[in-house]
Design a protein around this ligand. Structure first.
Ligand code: EPS
Length: 390
């Protein structure tokens, strides 16, 4: 079984994850993880924090001479900003109260975990909630996803993404391969594959910033090379679309996940939604000319590219704050303001790739099992042999 726990506060000393279930003898390159962390830090519309951080991974267990041991893999990323927060985030003692000392946060931001978290965990200081709710946690999830991704590469599976909309700006679908969409997104400050749409997105972000507002958007994740038969139709909790949707909804600020045509399928006739089946006599495989299903039918991969769209709400911290209530005086006041981003959709799409990579890695491990990469590869090749020509 693959599983991991992450830990860490946004302005605490570090973020950590303990991962269990990767096969032994998997080559893990630290620089590949660092490359993914650097990708997450980019994106037009981000706030000041990314000028402070240079996210890099440290490995504390489970890896020897560059290969996994099969034991728990512990990853960590230092929060450079902790230096500026040492007294306010001290694990042991509260700061000495001086005139300059930061008072506790008591004005919850609409849309953030602040209020419900403070009620649930009985905290007077909203910082005790927001530090963990922060999207800073996505940094460690990208590191975890990068480890999973390095395993997927051994099986020819790749994960791509691009941003399709920011605020009200949305481009027309481009008839390009997942790899090409991704390549173009990598060169764009908003991860948009269409340069004209990119310009409008940047304008929209600038406007929102001027007006003290924030923006959400939509990104698409594309997974290529997954063999048919990952996930399962037999139980609700083994259906791959459900697992991907659940996992992606756990990414901060994601409010909706669609697979393939998603909501659009509801208004179309069956003949316009379902992908007709053909057989490729040369490669002994079934294929489709369309992909409305987004590569998943009945909770199982069908061998086509997995397509997922995620909708991200605008970040709740507004420099022109919304109305809230002070939790001590109960008076109506403006919500608190924390340093934040105007738009983090490009970064979220990189985090989304990592989350999807993890879920695909989980179902790949479930299908091909074993304790070592060698065992897994043997089972994979055997399966390919069994289904070839069927
Ligand atoms: C983030 C770090 C945070 C925010 C953002 C994402 O840093 P700070 O709070 O110090 O500015 O920039 O988090 C949020 C928008 C949020 O609501 O928590 C990061 O590393 O991605």
């Amino acid at each position: 079984m693959m599983r991991y726990l992450s830990a860490g506060e946004s302005h605490g000393p570090c973020l950590m994850a303990v991962i269990e279930g990767l096969p032994s003898n998997l080559s893990l390159e630290r620089e590949k993880i660092n490359d993914q962390l650097a990708r997450r830090q980019k994106g037009y519309g981000r706030g000041g924090r990314m000028n402070i951080e240079r996210d890099r991974v440290e490995v504390f267990s489970g890896l020897r001479f560059g290969k996994t041991l099969g034991s728990p893999l512990t990853l960590s990323i230092t929060n450079r900003d902790y230096e500026n927060w040492k007294s306010n985030m001290d694990p042991y003692n509260p700061p000495e109260i001086t005139d300059d000392a930061e008072v506790i946060l008591t004005r919850p931001r609409p849309g953030h975990a602040d209020l419900a978290g403070a009620l649930k965990y009985h905290h007077a200081d909203l910082r005790n909630v927001l530090e963990r709710a922060s999207a800073r946690e996505t940094a460690i999830r990208v590191a975890v996803g990068s480890a999973a991704r390095q395993m997927l590469t051994c099986f020819g599976i790749e994960v791509f993404s691009h941003v399709v909309g920011i605020g009200g700006v949305k481009g027309e679908p481009l008839d390009l391969s997942p790899g090409e969409l991704h390549r173009r997104a990598e060169e764009s400050p908003v991860r948009c594959a269409d340069s004209q749409v990119e310009e409008q997105m940047i304008w929209e972000i600038d406007q929102a910033k001027k007006e003290g507002d924030s923006l959400g958007g939509v990104f698409q994740i594309m997974v290529t090379g997954a063999p048919p038969g990952l996930g399962s139709h037999v139980h609700w909790d083994r259906k791959l679309d459900a697992r991907l949707a659940g996992a992606l909804m756990s990414l901060q600020a994601i409010k909706g996940v669609e697979v393939g045509l998603g909501f659009e399928a509801a208004s179309l006739r069956g003949s316009k939604v379902h992908d007709e089946i053909y057989y490729d006599n040369r490669n002994y495989r079934y294929f489709r000319k369309t992909n409305g299903a987004g590569g998943i039918e009945g909770g199982l991969t069908n061998g086509e590219t997995i397509l997922i769209q995620c909708a991200m709400k605008p970040i709740p911290t507004l420099y022109k704050p919304l109305t809230s209530v002070d939790m001590i005086s109960k008076k109506s006041l403006e919500a608190g303001v924390e340093r934040s981003d105007v738009c983090a959709v490009p970064a979220a799409s990189v985090a989304g790739e990592a989350i999807a990579a993890w879920e695909i890695a989980c179902v790949l491990r479930e299908k091909f099992g074993g304790d070592s990469l060698e065992e897994m590869e043997t089972a994979y090749l055997n399966y390919q042999k069994i289904i070839s020509g069927r």
